[in-house]
Design a protein around this ligand. Sequence first.
Ligand code: PGA
Length: 250
Amino acid sequence: MNQAPKMLIAGNWKMNGAGNELSELNAIASGVTGNGYDALICTPATLIERAAKTVEGSALNIGGQDCHAAANGAHTGDISAGMLKDAGANFVILGHSERRADHHEDDALIAAKAVAAANSGLNAIICVGETKDEREAGNAAQVVESQLAGSIPVDIEVSKLVIAYEPVWAIGTGLVASPDDIAQMHAHIRGLLNARFGAAGEGVSILYGGSMKPGNAADILTLDNVNGGLIGGASLKSDDFLAICGSVPA
Ligand code: PGA
């Protein structure tokens, strides 16, 4: 089962988008071909059901941006993986650096959420990445290694796992990691996945995220072990997102 990873172009709308943005989503759905790549937009939870209806019949997938680790219960304000699935999502982003920072999520919690996602049949995009200080101290590889070790649950179904490498200092800043740094970190992640999962580790898509735009996407998406992108700001505009999809190497 040594399968080549699929390219995945994933948008993360974060806390942006209301019903009036569905036309933008519709434009994305009309433009994605899905030829040689999978496409995904992770909308706010409030939009998932309408988004899924809007893109029905297209190649565009809809995802959530977080889920609770429990299936249901007394967790005011939270949303379970099963609820995301029920609303029409088939992916969920877990452990985004904004959740690690804003909600103090640690690796163990993210692993528990990944189990919940798997139990509901969702594909999980587990995010890892170092801060500026950690990179400058020469600790980036070690930080990412420890995040991966802690956030990927023991019994994950590897075919439903996606990793996103997002250097925290590159998110929403316009700063992008250099091609050499990206290639080096993605090779490191691939090695860790192979060590943990054997040949199946080769099939896990590793996305790059952090200020990916139409102008830099082609250079990033052609690097070894880069199997797609996790795109914030540029996923809010259909023209930009579709241009990035168009940069996927044939
Ligand atoms: P950005 O966000 O593309 O706006 O830098 C990426 C992300 O946070 O996933």
